[in-house]
Design a protein around this ligand. Structure first.
Ligand code: ZN
Length: 473
């Protein structure tokens, strides 16, 4: 320590250090923002006072008292910027998905209540044997939404006796009929994009596995793009990008993953975002690799393949899941860095690699941090133990993402911001910085980012004025 600490200067020295360690990229609050920041502290205190001891280890949607708190209302209305990491068919919160499926008369669910899988009605609109039309099952309370929560979200994992990841991955199988279904995709995304826009999410990057033929893949993404254009008419600032994905679950899948990459490349070349006046832009911006890391091949197994195809398709950026692990030997983040990722999904265990940590900071590789998903899948049961706070304070580019709202039973981004506020002591300046980061590190092009940031700041200022007015601050 340079200076001598005395009784007289102790408080001053202490204040200096606190400020230095809380400073996030130097964002300074305006006077009106300081008022709202004080209000945020007050409603956070009120929320913690009324909450049970398990507030740090239960996801929000399971507690009605929390949902009715002023803090949760604040998070719900907060302008959130972009959600950069959310998976196809898992975008909608569970209860919204049930509502949407009730509107689609051709979905049926098994009647024996054993596998809880969805099927489509036959071509002559006949319900398959052993199944019941989904809308009828909900209308007649043959299935209730509360009952389905157990079978269609990770809530049921504990009772099932299987591991949470195994249970989680099976949820995709139960609803597999929704994927690759072109007519449904348009309906689904029309509903979902509007839902996101209403929740003050301005931009979304959907990670999607394109497993069928190249033509089917392109047709599916065109259906999604149609829904995007339609949403944009109502919400002009709203933008969407797609990230193709492959699997890393076992060695036989390297060829399968290569096929997914080539499908994604075909879509990138053929399906453009033509909604702006300034030329066509890539609608599909990059590629991802998914699956439970501790049970999959390490990322280095895919290095040869990825380096080869990346050379062929230089426009295809990498946004790969990495470091979503508690295994001390998992060093996928080293490979992610060597492969030149633009962002990394989760990056949870970066704290294990101090040299790599500074490389990520210096290269501005953004971490897509998914607090609720990390809790639900057992990586950080107590949100206070999540390393995101340290990443934020050290100047790392991070953005909050929701991962799989449908399967985690969480409200898209609202719950993630809520978790960050109660668990990591985020200030209003932090919330604003996270919103700005989510746009800055998105796959949008430079002029789109400028327009999106302008719209974000307008939404933000409107939000600040409303909170001040409503609460007489
Ligand atoms: Zn993910």
């Amino acid at each position: 320590m340079n200076d001598i600490v005395t009784i007289k200067n102790y408080e001053e020295k202490r204040r200096e250090l606190v400020e230095k360690n809380l400073n996030l990229h130097g964002l300074v609050m305006r006077e009106d923002e300081k008022k709202v920041d004080n209000f945020l502290s007050e409603i956070k205190k009120e929320c913690l006072k009324n909450a049970g001891n398990d507030i740090y280890d239960i996801p929000v949607l399971t507690d009605k008292n929390l949902i009715n708190s002023r803090l949760y209302g604040f998070c719900s209305r907060l302008p959130k910027g972009a959600d950069l990491h959310v998976h196809d068919m898992a975008l909608l919160p569970f209860r919204e998905l049930v509502k949407l499926l009730c509107e689609c008369k051709d979905f049926c669910i098994n009647a024996d209540k054993k596998s809880f899988d969805l099927k489509l009605a036959n071509s002559n609109n006949k319900v398959p044997d052993g199944y019941i039309r989904f809308c009828d099952a909900i209308r007649d309370s043959y299935y209730t939404a509360d009952e389905l929560v157990e079978y269609w979200t990770v809530v049921g994992a504990e009772k099932s006796g299987v591991g949470v990841w195994e249970y989680f991955e099976d949820l995709f199988n139960r609803q597999a009929v929704m994927s690759d279904n072109v007519p449904f995709a348009e309906k689904y995304y029309n509903y979902t994009f509007r839902y996101y826009a209403k929740k003050n999410i301005m931009h979304v990057e959907v990670h999607i596995m394109l497993t069928e033929s190249i033509d089917q893949s392109a047709e599916y993404i065109r259906a999604m793009r149609k829904a995007y254009y339609s949403t944009k008419k109502e919400y002009p600032y709203f933008t969407v990008r797609v990230i193709g994905a492959g699997v890393k679950a076992d060695s036989e899948n390297i060829d399968f993953t290569k096929k997914c990459f080539l499908n994604a490349s075909f879509v990138q070349e053929t399906v453009k975002d033509e909604s702006g006046n300034d030329g066509n832009k890539n609608f599909l911006i990059g590629f991802d690799l998914v699956n439970e890391e501790d049970k999959s091949l390490p990322l280095k197994s895919f290095a040869n393949m990825l380096l080869k195809v990346k050379k062929q398709y230089p426009d295809m950026k990498l946004y790969i899941h990495g470091g979503e692990s508690l295994d001390a030997k998992n060093d996928n983040l080293i490979d992610a860095y060597l492969l030149g990722v633009s962002r990394v999904g989760h990056g949870l265990n970066l704290y294990r690699y101090p040299d790599l940590h500074s490389r990520y900071v210096n290269s501005e590789i953004c971490l897509e941090v998914c607090p609720i998903s990390n809790q639900r899948l057992g990586y950080t049961k107590d949100i206070r133990n999540h390393p995101a706070t340290e990443y934020l304070r050290s100047g790392m580019a991070i953005s909050l993402c929701s991962d799989d709202p449908a399967y985690m039973e969480n409200e898209t981004l609202t719950d993630d911001f809520f978790a960050g506020i109660i668990g990591w002591n985020l200030s209003l300046a932090d919330l604003k910085q996270l919103g700005i980061n989510s746009i800055m590190y998105s796959g949008l092009e430079k002029e789109e980012k400028t327009a999106s940031l302008k719209a974000y700041k307008e939404l933000w200022n409107e939000f600040i004025s409303e909170i001040i007015k409503e609460n007489n601050l």
